[in-house]
Structure formats: C-alpha cells, structure tokens
Write a protein that binds this ligand. Structure first.
Ligand code: SF4
Ligand code: SF4
Length: 442
C-alpha cells in the first residue's frame, strides 16, 4: 500500500484544529511543505512538547508528507523562543541526514503566527491571495501532531488518540493523551476541579476557541485543548456575547478609528479585509450586502475583537454577521488581482504574544502544562462520524459487534472528501447511528 493510502486508511486529519483530511491535502503537488509548529494560541502546549518528545517520528512523518507532494524544500516553522526544541530538531535532522531537504526556521512570537497564511509568509515570503489557500502559492502546511500521525500511519497505526492541553484558572495544568471519543468531562476533571458550576470552558485556544455551553461532549481528533476559566473572567464575558448583543453595542459605540483594520493580520498581508467598514455598515438597514463582500476575507482570528479595538467592540462579529447575510444571498467575493504584497506597515503592527496574553487577562495562567501520563479509561467512547471537514464516515460495524482497538469502524463514503474512523478501545458496539458509534469496553 502506498504511504498516501496508508494515511487515508489511518484516518489522519489536520490535528491543528481545522480537521481537513490529510490524504486529500497530500494528494496535491507543491514546491514547499511547511510544518506548522507555531502553536500561537495562548496557553496551549501540545505541539512544542510533541516536537521535543518525538522529534524523529515528526521529522520522518514530515519528510514522507514532503515526498508525497513532491516538495523541493521542507520548512519547520517554530517560534524562536522555543530554543530547546529548535536545537533538538536541528540535531535530529542532521543525525537523520535529511538536512538537504528539511530545515528549521525560527518565526516571531506573534499572534496569529500559526494562521496558515501568516505562516506561509513568514517561512517563504509569499502571500496567499485573497480567498486562496496555501497551495495557491505552492505550499502545503501540516501541523506537528499531524506529522506524528502521518509517521504512525506509515507504520500501520491509525489515529485513535488525541493530545490535549488542559489549561486556565485551575489547580493542575497538564497535557495528556486520551482515546478519541472519551467524555470531555473526564478530561476536564484532570484539572483538579470536580464541580464546574462556577467555571466556563473554552473548546480550543482562548482566541479562536468557542465557549462551550456545558461540559458535555466527546473528544474528537480535532481537539487541542480546553481552557477553563471562572464564569466571571472578562474573557468569558466577552466571548459569551451573542451576535445580536454585539450588533447593538457596535452600532452605538464605534468611533471609526480603524484600529481593527490597521492591525488585522489579513489586511497587513495585503488583503482587503476592513472590519471598520463592516462596523459602519451595521448602521444601515442594508438589503443588498454586495458591498460587504470583503467580510468573507476574515479568518476569524479574533485579534480585532480581543486586542485591537480600543473601545472593546466586536468587529469580528460584524464580519460574521455580513458573512451570514452574504451566504444567504449566495454572494461571493471575487479578488480583483491574483498577486498580493504585504502592507509596508506590517512589521510595526505585529502583536507580540506576551502583550496579547496580558490583554486577555491570562498572564497568571500562562504556565507550563507538562505532558503527563494519566489513565483515562472511559467505560464507553462515543466516536463521532464527522470529526473532519467533508462528509461523515459511514459505519461498517453493527450493534453487538466486538471491535478491537485500532479496527476501522467507519469508512470514507465513495467519491467523497472524508476520513475513516477507528475504535479507540476494544469492546462491543452498543450504538451505531449517523452521528456516533458507541463502544463499551470489554
Ligand atoms: S470597531 Fe473599534 S477599532 Fe474598529 S473602528 Fe470601531 S472603535 Fe475603532
Ligand atoms: S477576526 Fe478581525 S483581525 Fe482577525 S482576520 Fe477577521 S477582521 Fe481581521
């Protein structure tokens, strides 16, 4: 079986949060393969630890990915502040004699360094065009944990576990490996908190992760971290505002200073994203939203809403509002040109992570979350059929079947973009629906 087929069979998807099926990504041809080791979301600590613990596996997985896309060069992007990890990776690249192909490049400690388009620019100097993806400029980007999973796939091992950081205002910060399908509450309780009545959980990083409405749910291959904060933490209050509330506040308070636009990472890359214009447009009862098409260029990094706006308003939400309206009217932005260059002011307007963390009120929680061996042995796992971009996996097991750890239980539907799913524990299938396959241990 080819490596690409092995990656497909192993159900590898983008582990950085996007969940794009990796076999589909690696079917492209590219000049560069880039490893996203930026981990720019504050408090999350998965990738930097994986690169320290499994450098050979990650380098080999990354090399395989690079060969698959036919890349001339493979670049690992990692923040310069992670000196130890950089040194380990450079040593291992030399030892493994892949230095002609793979190189570690240091990137600045800014937010959002891990946004694919920012990473592409920092590593290659190229700018992904508006509405484009990295392949538009000859690049394919894979996350560090994805590279590890590609290596495992090449050894015939499917994705059945997920690394997750548990962080925030909690007694115990840690990073753990748990079976896919584990109840989220089992992971949250590793924080040392038993009763979550006074807490709210962010699913993912504090910048882009949504606030969870409860502590239910099951771990998927996309989870990267849970940030637990007191309910009255300003970040929770800010992130819990509904789009209707945001619209009301936005209308009455925007002073059109355009800081949201001037500091927008996509605007600084040369795109036409201009959230202050979306704020202005909120004041009018517009039937035709054609003019607001630029809202579609927003990547929802949240910088404008959680950092840039001096009035504490919601420009990202204004973008989101118009994105919704544009989708309803089936209007799509069309770029006026295909080549973009960064704005001159970019170098002065990059946002250092430290300042961002302070602004978010997370300084006291910006601590290590060490990788910890824990026994999370859920009695039941709920494995979602859709953990990825594309169509859900189609179950290939039935209620009552006994399955072994690593056995494929859901396949890619014919001709679709999708990813296979596998049993993350050995046991009996007790439910098999369109959304979940439930396995009971034993
Ligand atoms: S949303 Fe905030 S940053 Fe943007 S123009 Fe209005 S006041 Fe200025
Ligand atoms: S969320 Fe705000 S800062 Fe981020 S891309 Fe969108 S408009 Fe720009």
């Amino acid at each position: 079986m080819s490596i690409l087929d092995m990656v497909r069979e192993a159900g590898v998807i983008g582990a950085g949060g996007a969940g794009f099926p990796t076999h589909a990504k690696l079917a492209s041809k590219a000049e560069y393969i880039l490893l996203n080791g930026a981990e720019c979301e504050p408090l999350l600590r998965v990738d930097q630890q994986l690169m320290r613990m499994f450098p050979d596996e990650i380098i080999k997985g990354f090399e395989s990915a690079g060969k698959l896309v036919g890349a001339n060069k493979a670049l690992i992007g990692i923040k310069g502040k992670h000196k130890e990890v950089i040194s380990i990776l450079r040593n291992r690249i030399e030892e493994l004699q892949v230095g002609d192909f793979i190189e570690v490049k240091e990137i600045p400690d800014i937010y959002p360094a891990g946004d694919e388009q920012v990473l592409v620019h920092e590593l290659t100097g190229r700018v992904v065009p508006e509405m484009g993806i990295p392949i538009s400029v000859g690049c394919v980007v894979v996350n560090a944990e994805t590279a590890l999973n590609i290596y495992h796939a090449s050894m015939g091992v499917p994705v059945t576990e997920k690394y997750i950081t548990v962080a925030g205002d909690i007694p115990k910060r840690l990073t753990v490996k748990v079976p896919v399908g584990t109840p989220v509450i089992d992971v949250l309780k590793l924080s040392g908190i038993e009763n979550f009545d006074d807490y709210t959980v962010i699913d993912g990083g504090p910048m882009m992760g949504p606030v969870k409405s409860d502590v239910d749910g099951y771990v998927t291959k996309k989870n990267k971290g849970f940030v637990i904060l007191k309910k009255d933490h300003p970040l929770i209050r800010k992130k819990s505002v509904s789009i209707e509330q945001a619209k009301r506040v936005n209308r009455s308070s925007c002073e059109q200073c355009r800081m949201c636009t001037d500091m927008c990472p996509r605007y600084l890359l040369g795109h036409s994203t201009q959230p202050h214009k979306m704020m202005r447009a909120l004041n009018y009862a517009l039937k035709n939203v054609e003019e607001q098409k630029i809202a579609q260029l927003c990547c929802q990094c949240n910088l404008c809403e959680l950092f840039s706006c001096p009035a504490g308003l919601y420009p990202k939400s204004a973008n989101l509002y118009f994105k919704g309206k544009l989708a309803e009217q089936n209007i799509k932005y069309k770029p006026m040109k295909s080549e973009f260059t960064t704005r001159k002011s970019r170098e002065y307007r990059l946002v250092p992570s430290k300042r961002l963390i302070a602004r978010l009120g997370l300084h006291d929680f910006d601590r290590p979350a060490p990788m910890t061996e824990v026994q999370v042995n859920p009695e039941e796992v709920h494995i979602a059929t859709r953990q990825h971009v594309g169509a859900p996996a189609v179950p290939i097991v039935n209620v009552g079947d006994h399955v072994e750890l690593g056995q494929q239980i859901g396949k890619i539907p014919e001709g679709s973009l999708s990813a296979a799913i596998h049993a993350s524990i050995s046991g009996t299938v007790v439910e098999c629906g369109n959304d979940f396959i439930v396995i009971r241990r034993g």
